[in-house]
Ligand binder design. Structure first.
Ligand SMILES: *Cc1c(COP(=O)(O)O)cnc(C)c1O
Ligand code: SF4
Length: 453
């Protein structure tokens, strides 16, 4: 099959089937990033009220903060900054810290007391559950008797791989559950050095059909580095690997990665090559809001990826103050589908970082999901959820109902540590305050859930 090429030229037009997106490439932008110390270099930020600015400056000492000019200039609505979902997605807020911690940190910050800042920041981070769901200790496999770093193998068919150079992002999300690895704590970083180990492990595990490259964001890697991993997946001994997934938020944070970065064309060619070799390539795009889909450069990047034969699937968590309403989800799914993206998962925000600030009650999560699904046609209803990636597996809140006069949550495993748990429905006592699986108790007077035996 000959795949239609997206033409991308210096006369500024990106064409894909009937759509034409105008992307000005006469002066392709550079990835200029701002971190906590460069907040004052963001002109729009400097126009915010002083207390808001201080709040961000202090919160950004604890939480990962990094934005780039594209996010600042194209995605954030600075006229309505305090309610802007993209602002809240990228700029940490005062309220993400407990008031006492904030006050202590503010005092140390004002006094420019570096030692005190360091001590408070470390203490606060320690209390933020940096490794939810036992991510660090569990699921690390062994190869030739040694633990293989950078690999997690929890569900039979799918191996997660954390390429060493892909453990950062083009911008950071304030709620990131992988925040621990961005804040310089080397010990917490899971990353991998060796593609050989990965190939060796996979070739010994014929039950694995999917490899998921994740991070951070593997799309921060140079194409050459990414190619060394992807091309290894084409080795004959990995014939059983049918699907190559790449988790990324670059379509939101830096769509130029696919358009005008120095090695963007090579990246597109690489995806095409892997597709033509017979693998299913799935870009697992992290999305939180329909605004992320609105710029021409993002549309062009999506079109360009799809023209390679790779599919784009979307997933992201439900977050208070960012996307906790059904209309935004319905609109996002519709926009995704019209651009050729397949909605995949709606997640419940994990119990890490500033969870108290972003958490949505399970009851509300289910309502948001249901009300959003009601508004869209079947082609948008491919998003499953709301799903909790918990220690026993991915657990979906299927509904709230009454059985024999007892109000209950109905739940089911989308993925299970034990494959036999998959698709098994189970029940928990209705708990209006629950925000996570471990807040739930079995219904009908049972002592434990079936998976706890
Ligand atoms: C979600 C997840 C996967 C992929 O699961 P799918 O349902 O196939 O998308 C694999 N490993 C881990 C640890 C996960 O959390
Ligand atoms: S894109 Fe993903 S890994 Fe990167 S900061 Fe956001 S949530 Fe974290």
């Amino acid at each position: 099959m000959i795949l239609k090429r997206v033409s991308l030229s210096m006369n500024k037009a990106v064409t894909f089937s009937s759509d034409v997106y105008q992307v000005d490439l006469t002066n392709p932008p550079k990835l200029n990033v701002f971190t906590q110390r460069q907040l004052s270099k963001i002109p729009q930020f400097m126009l915010l009220p002083e207390n808001a600015r201080i709040g961000v400056e202090v919160a950004a000492l604890v939480f990962p903060f990094r934005v780039n000019e594209y996010v600042v200039n194209e995605l954030i609505d600075w006229d309505n900054w305090s309610s802007c979902s993209i602002f809240r997605l990228t700029f940490p807020q005062k309220e993400m810290l407990e008031p006492a911690d904030f006050d202590a940190l503010l005092a140390a910050y004002k006094a420019e007391d570096k030692a005190a800042i360091k001590e408070i920041v470390e203490r606060v981070r320690e209390g933020l559950n940096p490794h939810p769901a036992g991510q660090k200790e569990l699921n690390v496999p062994t190869y030739k008797g040694e633990p293989v770093e950078g690999i997690q193998h929890k569900y039979e068919q799918t191996v997660l791989f954390f390429p060493a150079q892909g453990q950062t992002c083009h911008s950071y999300c304030t709620f990131c559950f992988r925040w621990a690895q961005f804040v310089g704590d080397k010990e917490l970083k899971f990353a991998s050095k060796e593609v050989e180990q990965l190939v060796g492990y996979l070739s010994e595990h014929k039950e694995v059909t999917d490899i998921l490259f994740t991070g951070g964001d593997p799309m921060v890697m140079k194409t050459k580095a990414l190619a060394s991993y992807l091309e290894a997946m084409l080795l004959p001994e990995l014939d059983h690997i049918k699907t190559i997934r790449i988790g990324t938020k670059a379509l939101t944070f830096w769509p130029y990665r696919f358009i005008s970065d120095g090695d963007a064309d090579e990246l597109i060619e690489l995806l095409e090559k892997v597709v033509q070799a017979g693998k299913h390539v799935a870009i697992m795009a992290h999305y939180n809001h329909w605004k992320e889909l609105t710029t021409d450069v993002s549309k062009a990047a999506i079109a360009r990826i799809r023209a390679t034969g790779a599919e784009i699937r979307s997933q992201g968590p439900l977050l208070k103050g960012i996307n906790d309403n059904a209309d935004d989800w319905a609109k996002m799914w519709q926009m995704q589908v019209s651009q050729g993206i397949i909605p995949y998962y709606m997640f419940v925000e994990r119990d890490t970082g500033a969870h108290h600030y972003f958490e949505v009650k399970l009851e509300k999560a289910w309502h948001v999901y249901r009300e959003a699904q009601k508004q869209v046609s079947g082609v948008c209803r491919t998003a499953r959820g709301p799903s909790m990636s918990a220690s026993p597996g991915k657990v979906e809140v299927s509904g709230i109902t009454e059985v024999n006069g007892e109000k209950v949550f109905t739940l089911r495993f989308i993925q299970g540590r034990d494959p036999d748990w998959v698709q098994r429905p189970f029940f928990a006592k209705y708990n209006p305050d629950a925000t996570w699986l471990d807040h739930l108790e079995p219904a009908f007077g049972e002592e434990r859930f079936f998976f706890e035996d």
